[in-house]
Design a protein around this ligand. Structure first.
Ligand SMILES: CC(C)[C@H](C(=O)O)[C@@H](O)C(=O)O
Ligand code: SF4
Length: 469
């Protein structure tokens, strides 16, 4: 058989029916559900008198609207409370493989709880009514974000209507420098190809620098594939994938594990497989990244400067830069390290896993929040991450530095709960989107790695983490 890409293997093993124009129905193995995009889907199902096709595919949690402090007080905001209670009621009514509700010890951000519970497994098709579902592709799965009407369609039929994507390989070879992380790799990729660079593609990340990453790092990269415009992001299965999944609650056990592992080992692009497009980066060239604008592609290196619109030849791009600088309150040519921050957010489905917290703690250790920084929020991605961090004493490092140690959830990634920026406040954030108003109306977001966020917290401005270590 001809050499196949990972995407082609995943696609062909899930096609139920294909039309002449290439539109296909693909079977869905795992359906992750959260409170924001599921209410209308459950309602639609109820109105049609239907039941979910395969309840055991559903894994649900409440994450966007849950508070990250004073859990004893419940959910104060009535809209958020109703959202979460609606999910509670819907899951109670229809059932699920697992539900991690508000306050459950395994509750957390949907893209953190899936993998850590072994609910995301290689070879699966994974969907969720959430754009960052691409995260799960780190496990050699085909993972798509879907809209609310598609959530209903998947519940009703266990299938999704899709058109086959073109394939892109992003190959990162070499060794990352000290203080440079998976977040810097993915920001550098988006800086290079742009937020539309992956449009129409399923993106596979490969090369020796990707192979050397932990599963946490691979998830960070696949998480932001969507910010590069890709339909899905993925990494082939290797021993790192398999070691991560051993003994997770929903991972197969005993003989079924051995059979699964034998299959999983086939889930990588074959030697000589042809991609429609290949982009190459050298790990040695990647420096710590900081975004300066209102789109993830508006990014530069920590030793760089805010761009000067006058130097941008293309008039459309020039206007985009001008508008972004106005919103961000930045002057052209300002050195990145001169930009002071008001708040720091360490969390989100991009960077709230144990390794992220370890990296932030390594910088925070023995240091303190700078006086000009109003608040530093550290928000673990799940209850299990929180427990692990506490077992390792990371929370004590954060608290000693004057950071706040919170309960898990999406938090100030998109300000659907009480955690938000005030208008005009500037934030170093480990999340994935720096859009206008994303962290609160008028808030200004700069995307960075956890180590760089901690460096900004202790110095009060963006600082090269390599000089602090
Ligand atoms: C609320 C949800 C639909 C949304 C998404 O799809 O991504 C959110 O998670 C986000 O990050 O903006
Ligand atoms: S952490 Fe942010 S990006 Fe991730 S699912 Fe929640 S709101 Fe979306």
């Amino acid at each position: 058989m001809a050499a196949q890409t990972l995407y082609e293997k995943l696609w062909s093993s899930h096609v139920v029916h294909e039309e002449a124009d290439g539109t296909a129905l693909i079977y869905i193995d795992r359906h992750l559900v959260h409170e924001v995009t599921s209410p209308q889907a459950f309602e639609g199902l109820k109105l049609a008198g239907r039941k979910p096709w395969r309840i055991s595919s559903i894994v649900a949690t409440a994450d966007h609207n849950t508070p990250t402090d004073h859990w004893d007080l419940g959910i104060q905001d009535p809209v958020s409370r109703q959202q979460v209670e609606t999910l509670d009621a819907n899951i109670r009514e229809v059932g699920s493989l697992a539900y991690f509700p508000f306050k459950d010890e395994r509750q957390g951000i949907v893209h953190v709880i899936g993998p850590e519970n072994g609910a995301t497994l290689p070879g699966m098709t994974v969907v969720c009514g959430d754009s960052h579902t691409s995260t799960h592709g780190a496990f050699g799965c085909l993972a798509h974000g879907i809209g609310t009407s598609e959530v209903e369609h998947v519940m009703a039929t266990q299938c999704l209507l899709q058109k086959k994507s073109r394939t892109m390989l992003i190959k990162v070879d070499g060794q990352l420098g000290k203080g440079v992380t998976a977040k810097d790799i993915v920001l550098a990729i988006i800086g290079k190809i742009g937020t539309a660079g992956g449009t129409g593609f399923a993106m596979e990340f490969g090369g020796s620098a990707i192979r050397a990453l932990s599963m946490e790092g691979r998830m960070t990269i696949c998480n932001m594939a969507i910010e590069a415009g890709a339909r899905a992001g993925m990494v082939g299965v290797d021993e790192t994938t398999i070691a991560y999944l051993r003994n997770r609650p929903f991972s197969p056990k005993g003989e079924a594990w051995d059979q699964a592992v034998a299959y999983w080992r086939t889930l990588h692009s074959d030697e000589g497989a042809q991609f429609d497009k290949v982009v190459e980066l050298k790990a040695e060239d990647i420096l710590p990244q900081v975004t300066w604008g209102t789109s993830p592609e508006m990014v530069t290196t920590v030793d760089g400067r805010v761009p000067d619109p006058a130097a941008v030849a293309d008039p459309v791009r020039r206007e985009g830069v001008e508008r972004a600088l106005k919103y961000m309150g930045l002057e052209p040519n300002t050195p990145i390290t001169d930009i002071k921050v008001d708040q720091v957010f360490i969390g989100s489905c991009t960077n709230s896993r144990i390794e992220d917290l370890r990296e932030a703690a390594a910088v925070a250790k023995g240091r303190s929040k700078a006086a000009n920084v109003k608040r530093v929020l550290v928000v673990p991605g799940s209850g299990l991450v929180k427990r692990q961090a506490e077992e390792e004493g990371l929370h004590e490092i954060f608290l000693a530095a004057g950071f706040e140690w919170r309960e898990p959830g999406c938090s100030m990634c998109l300000a659907m709960n009480a955690d938000r920026l005030e208008p005009g406040e500037r934030c170093a954030s480990t999340s994935n989107r720096n859009f206008e108003g994303r962290q609160g109306a008028g808030g200004r977001t700069h995307l960075v790695s956890p180590a760089m966020a901690a460096a900004a917290a202790v110095t009060g401005h963006f600082a090269d983490v390599r000089t602090l270590a």
